[in-house]
Write a protein that binds this ligand. Sequence first.
Ligand SMILES: O=P(O)(O)OC[C@H]1O[C@H](O[C@H]2O[C@H](CO)[C@@H](O)[C@H](O)[C@H]2O)[C@H](O)[C@@H](O)[C@@H]1O
Length: 254
Amino acid sequence: MSLPAELSQALARFAALPTVLVTTDYDGVVAPIVADPAAAFPLPGTVAALESLAGLPGVTVALVSGRDRATLGRLSGAPASLVTVGSHGAEWDEGFEGALTADLVELRATVLSGLTAIAGRFPGAAVEPKPLGAALHVRNVVDPSAGPVALEEARRGPAALPGVHATDGKAVLELTVLDASKGRALQTLRERTGAAAVLYLGDDVTDEKAFAVLTEAEDVSVKVGDGATAARFRVDGPVDARAVFEELLALRRG
Ligand SMILES: O=P(O)(O)OC[C@H]1O[C@H](O[C@H]2O[C@H](CO)[C@@H](O)[C@H](O)[C@H]2O)[C@H](O)[C@@H](O)[C@@H]1O
């Protein structure tokens, strides 16, 4: 598989830097999009390439996902050498980015029950509980015209509660009680590693916050799939994303 020439050139410049941070979204990039969120497993070879990159001097690799961190670890099978950041940037190895107070725990329970009630009225809808909130999935709603109606009910209901943060995704509305940003997560990782440049691949609207902070000269932002984006480069899907990691690995190994 050959990548766009300009992307390959950017990867070559990136690979030549002393310290780099390789980051990626999970669903839609490492794992192809599938109907069942619990069955979204990595494309063969992608995690192996990331693990090999993480084993090279001067390279840090991180998965930055909307998934809760435990699920991200389980589904991805990521080895300990990969940093994992969950809940759209709010969930780290050391805990949440912010305090989950008793009030927020109660608010999270309200959000979960509100979304569950809505899902119960739309056959095929499902709720994915997360430590900081929940996601309402409508990909499998039986009546295709009903999915947007369910999402709109959620927007006008639980999403409108004070203190609730809503994020749109692919056939999903995610509600959290702590504000989170993949962009902030990348900035934190950049500071912690002292990396000269950051690579990030993402496929969804939430990834735009990550692309927005990749403003250094040798940063490389790659949109995976269709849709408006601020990323500098675009590839078609997870197979191409794997090719990006494999090409970077070959370049870095020299
Ligand atoms: O930030 P990401 O790693 O991309 O995670 C975003 C959300 O991905 C998952 O939902 C999406 O993928 C599912 C599996 O392919 C698909 O069935 C669903 O329609 C998509 O919205 C995940 O379930 C969410 O928790 C993540 O936040």
